[in-house]
Ligand binder design. Structure first.
Ligand code: AP5
Ligand code: ZN
Length: 217
């Protein structure tokens, strides 16, 4: 199973990807999480990426595409993956097509999560994530941790992302509309894109997603 998740910041891609990856037995590959892991390890890549991320811009393709390809070539991704946050523009979508072509594989579906702007602002404002590599996601009111500021799953400290300030979120949203949304049409012409609403409880959205993916078979 090879699936791409698309949607604006705060739509719930990470939240749904974790659950869907478990159900579909494929790794969850998030380029945002990979960049954040590089930032916390203070690698050269992390230092370069941070400048763009903090401004709400896309990290340049020459850094992003190689990192994503490396991850997709890991043994655990041999039989599939769930991509979250990649591809994010038409050039990345073309690079992914090329990689898949050399491996004689193809995408099964592109799941597009739709959400009104007011709701995504609320979701991002209350988001807290943990410092572990898995970057478990919580929300101060929608899915609060049992103990304030501490991850239920690994006991690590929760924090608010540097790029989750309202100003940066506005920029990320603008970047999404101009650079990322066009890939939905790109995938529509290939008959791969399916749009679902991301409103409702996390469970409801997961159910909707599984239903939509079944229909794509
Ligand atoms: P990235 O980390 O990918 O961020 P994003 O796309 O902006 O998406 P988010 O992580 O903000 O939201 P999400 O949709 O995953 O929502 P979540 O599940 O957390 O990218 C960050 C940056 O990295 C980019 O700006 C860019 O600079 C760089 N980057 C990454 N990939 C790149 C690429 N390919 N090319 C270039 N640059 C790249 O949910 C949000 C909140 O809502 C959480 O608190 C959650 O608990 C809550 N929530 C979720 N679902 C529900 C629900 N159903 N009901 C109530 N609350 C909910
Ligand atoms: Zn955790």
């Amino acid at each position: 199973t090879r699936i791409v998740l698309v949607g604006p910041p705060g739509a719930g891609k990470g939240t749904q990807a974790t659950r869907l990856a478990g159900k579909l037995s494929v790794p969850h590959i998030s380029t945002g999480d990979l960049f954040r892991a590089n930032i916390s390890r203070q690698t050269a890549l992390g230092k370069r990426a941070k400048v763009f991320m903090d401004a709400g811009h896309l990290v340049p393709d020459e850094l992003t595409i190689e990192m994503a390809k490396d991850r997709m070539r890991q043994p655990d991704a041999e039989n599939g993956f769930l991509l979250d946050g990649f591809p994010r523009n038409v050039w990345q979508a073309e690079a992914l097509d090329e990689l898949l072509k050399t491996e004689a594989s193809k995408l099964d579906a592109v799941l597009d999560l739709e959400i009104p702007e007011g709701e995504l602002i609320k979701r991002i404002a209350g988001r807290r994530i943990c410092r572990s590599r898995s970057a478990h996601v919580f929300h101060v009111s929608y899915s609060p941790p049992r103990k304030r500021g501490v991850c239920d799953l690994c006991g690590d400290q929760l924090y608010q992302r540097d790029d989750d300030s309202e100003e940066t979120v506005r920029k990320r949203l603008e970047v999404y509309c101009t650079q990322t949304e066009p890939i939905i049409d790109y995938y529509k012409t290939q008959g791969l894109a399916v749009t679902i609403s991301s409103l409702g409880s996390v469970d409801e959205v997961t159910r909707r997603a599984l239903e939509a993916l079944k229909r794509e078979d």
